[in-house]
Design a protein around this ligand. Structure first.
Ligand code: RVP
Length: 503
């Protein structure tokens, strides 16, 4: 006889938080959202901690280098998508690790042979008046000098005057070595009364520019997630097929954590992948596994050596796995079951294996619910796909701005390795769709708004930290009828679209 799980399986929208006592200390500004990313022993600190409990989904339409940088600046982390060649994925990881906060790659560069007329044209196009002069005219060539609007007078100088005759030559340009921190660069800018500072490598090639005007914006990332060398933290997705080739390239590129990206994680393929990583790297390489939807699946992956375990099958916004294969479980029930298993595992072994709730977050309050149910952090696809920094183009559909968002199991992504059960190297049937999501502007604004709501709700529950929220949260299931009560009802809305605004 088959096993039947008791009761129905529920999802986030069927729950609400019941407020608890909040003291006058409970204000959003006092809330910490720090959370462990990887497993740790009782009494020890995890090797990686997020400042914001959000990671971006391992998807082509979500996690490229630009989003990874923006999210790390807000204290979360991206997992660069694995459905590309290992070399391309490693290149994206390197791009994030090479990014220096506050150092801008110049888009207005000159060669010494260019003329004043060409300088004026470039300035007209880019609106930038500080222009590095390099041997090849590129943003990373050998720096030979700099031109600013103080170096020429268009009314007096001949239009064909060559740059070499009016640039400030390199021996008179103040520069900083690439090893300097942003704050050291800013000190040089202030001490020398500069408007810009070129950053150069030991061989004299240009890394980028630090501008005085950016000083304030780069000071204001108090949550940013940096490694010990002050580089942004970034993760990368792997699969259970080509790990022997892919993992070394990602590790070498500087990935801080890996995650096995699979629609179904309770499998021998995952334990083989984890064993290979432990045999070759010990505990030095951090790797999450999943996805599972019950305690048994969690136990299997924790015993196999996973650094965190991801929960969720079929709940993703673009996912049609439940329709296609009839597998999955309501995300809230799956999460609650797995989090209980995590706590039992901790009691038994003294090892805390963080749990990530993956997929199905629609409203901001779903994030707080998932964290209250026990998730240590959340993986989001649709949510991040909407922002400027996701890798897809912004398009206009019926007069509204949209961004494209497609599933890894869609015909567009063809990520066969995510769904593979040992067959041939192709996607046999689709498990995801290709879609649009409403454009939502810059990531920073969206994330800060969501975090404010999470912090406020935590205060309503009397919790100043995520462990406290897990302990103090009081949750109730809501009936279908009381769900209606939760939205605006029995009034005539002045703007009918208010009803469908998400987040
Ligand atoms: P959502 O945040 O609801 O958009 O869900 C994102 C999650 O959906 C991903 O992290 C992944 O687990 C899952 N996914 C990605 N592609 C597909 C698919 O094509 N079925 N599903």
């Amino acid at each position: 006889m088959a096993t039947f799980f008791p009761g129905e399986s529920h999802t986030f929208s069927e729950y609400l938080l019941v407020p608890g006592y909040s003291s006058s200390e409970c204000v959003p500004g006092n809330v910490s959202l720090a959370t462990p990313l990887v497993k740790f022993r009782r009494g020890e600190e995890p090797a990686l901690t997020l400042n914001t409990p959000m990671v971006s989904a391992i998807m082509q339409s979500v996690s490229g280098p630009r989003l990874a940088i923006a999210l790390a600046q807000e204290g979360g982390m991206s997992f660069i998508y694995g459905s590309q060649t290992a070399e391309d994925e490693a290149r994206m990881v390197r791009e994030v690790k090479a990014y220096k906060a506050g150092v801008v790659t110049s888009d207005s560069n000159l060669t010494p042979d260019m003329t004043l007329a060409e300088v004026m044209c470039l300035k007209e196009r880019t609106h930038h008046s500080a222009m590095p002069v390099t041997d090849d005219g590129g943003p990373h060539g050998r720096l030979l000098g700099i031109v600013t609007s103080r170096d020429y007078r268009p009314s007096r100088d001949a239009a064909d005057k060559p740059v070499r005759d009016f640039m400030t030559p390199i021996d008179r340009v103040v520069t900083a070595p690439a090893s300097y921190t942003l704050s050291e660069c800013n000190d040089i800018i202030w001490e020398n009364k500069l408007n810009q500072l070129p950053i150069v490598n030991d061989d004299g090639t240009l890394v980028g520019m630090v501008f005085r005007k950016d000083y304030d914006s780069h000071k204001s990332n108090p949550n940013e997630l940096l490694d010990s060398s002050k580089r942004y933290i970034v993760g990368a997705g792997i699969n259970t097929r080509d790990y022997a080739e892919r993992v070394p390239l990602l590790v070498e590129a500087g990935a801080d954590a890996l995650c096995i990206d699979s629609s179904e994680g309770f499998s021998e393929w995952q334990s083989r992948t984890l064993s290979w990583i432990r045999d070759n790297y010990g505990d030095a390489v951090k790797v999450g596994a999943g996805n599972v939807v019950d305690a048994e699946g969690f136990r299997f992956l924790a015993d196999a050596g996973a650094d965190f375990v991801k929960v969720g099958i079929g709940g993703g916004s673009i996912c049609i796995t439940r329709e296609q294969k009839g597998i999955g479980r309501g995300q809230a029930s799956a999460l609650i079951d797995v989090c209980e298993a995590r706590d039992r595992y901790f009691e038994e072994t003294g090892v805390y294996v963080p749990v990530c709730s993956d997929g199905g977050i629609v409203y901001d309050y779903h994030m707080t619910l998932a964290l209250a149910m026990g998730a240590d952090f959340l993986m989001l696809g649709r949510y991040f796909a909407r922002f400027d920094e996701s890798p897809t183009e912004r398009v206009t559909v019926n007069g509204s701005y949209m961004k494209e968002y497609w599933g890894e199991g869609s015909a567009r992504a063809r990520n066969w390795a995510r769904y593979d059960l040992g067959g041939d190297k192709k996607l046999s049937f689709v498990e995801g769709v290709d879609s649009y999501v409403p454009y939502a502007g810059p990531l920073r604004d969206g994330v800060q708004n969501s975090l404010l709501k999470i912090r406020s709700t935590m205060c309503n529950c009397g919790a100043l930290t995520l462990p406290e929220l897990k302990e103090k949260a009081r949750l109730t299931l809501v009936s279908a009828t009381s769900l209606v009560e939760g939205g605006a009802h029995d009034v005539v809305l002045k703007e009918p679209n208010q009803q469908v605004t998400l987040n």
